[in-house]
Ligand binder design. Structure first.
Ligand SMILES: [Fe+2]
Ligand SMILES: [Fe+2]
Length: 147
C-alpha cells in the first residue's frame, strides 16, 4: 500500500477529530490503491462518504457547543459543504459510468483534507481546547458508528 500521507503535523489535538481524519485517510488510501471491482469500490466509497458526513457533523456540533461562530465558522462550514457536494457528484458520475476511475477524485479529497486541516480544523480545535472541550460522536452515529 502506498500514499498514506499522514503525519503528526496534521494532528489537531482532539482525539476524536484526529481519529476520524485518520479513518478518512485510510479509506481514501484504500480506493487509491485498490484493484477491486467497481462494486467493491462503490461499497468503500459509500463508507467513505458516511465517515465524511459523520466527521463534518462532529465538528459542526462541537462548534455549536463551544460557541465558535462568526466568519471563521461560516467559512469552515462552507468548505465542508463544497467538499461533500463535489464528492457526491463524483460518486454519482462513477455510479453512472460517466467517470471510469475514482482515483483522481479521492486524490483530490486527500489534498483537500490536508489544506482544510491546516487552515480550519487546527484553528478551530485550538479554540475549543482553550475552553477545555472536546468532540463527541454525534447522533445518529453514536448508536451506530460508521466504523
Ligand atoms: Fe473541518
Ligand atoms: Fe476535519
Amino acid at each position: 500500500m502506498t500514499g498514506f500521507l499522514w503525519d503528526e503535523s496534521m494532528e489537531t489535538g482532539d482525539p476524536l477529530v484526529d481519529q476520524q481524519h485518520r479513518d478518512i485517510h485510510a479509506l481514501v488510501d484504500y480506493v487509491e490503491t485498490a484493484d477491486d471491482s467497481p462494486e467493491q469500490i462503490m461499497q468503500v466509497l459509500d463508507r467513505l462518504m458516511e465517515h465524511v458526513d459523520c466527521h463534518f457533523m462532529t465538528e459542526e456540533q462541537l462548534m455549536e457547543r463551544a460557541g465558535y461562530g462568526g466568519a471563521a465558522a461560516a467559512d469552515h462550514i462552507a468548505e465542508h459543504r463544497e467538499l461533500t457536494d463535489a464528492a457526491r457528484q463524483a460518486v454519482l458520475q462513477f455510479r453512472s459510468g460517466e467517470l471510469t476511475s475514482m482515483k483522481p477524485v479521492v486524490a483530490f479529497v486527500r489534498e483537500w483534507f490536508a489544506g482544510h486541516v491546516y487552515e480550519h480544523d487546527r484553528v478551530f480545535v485550538e479554540f475549543v481546547r482553550s475552553r477545555a472541550m472536546s468532540a463527541e460522536t454525534p447522533e445518529p452515529w453514536a448508536s451506530k458508528p460508521p466504523f
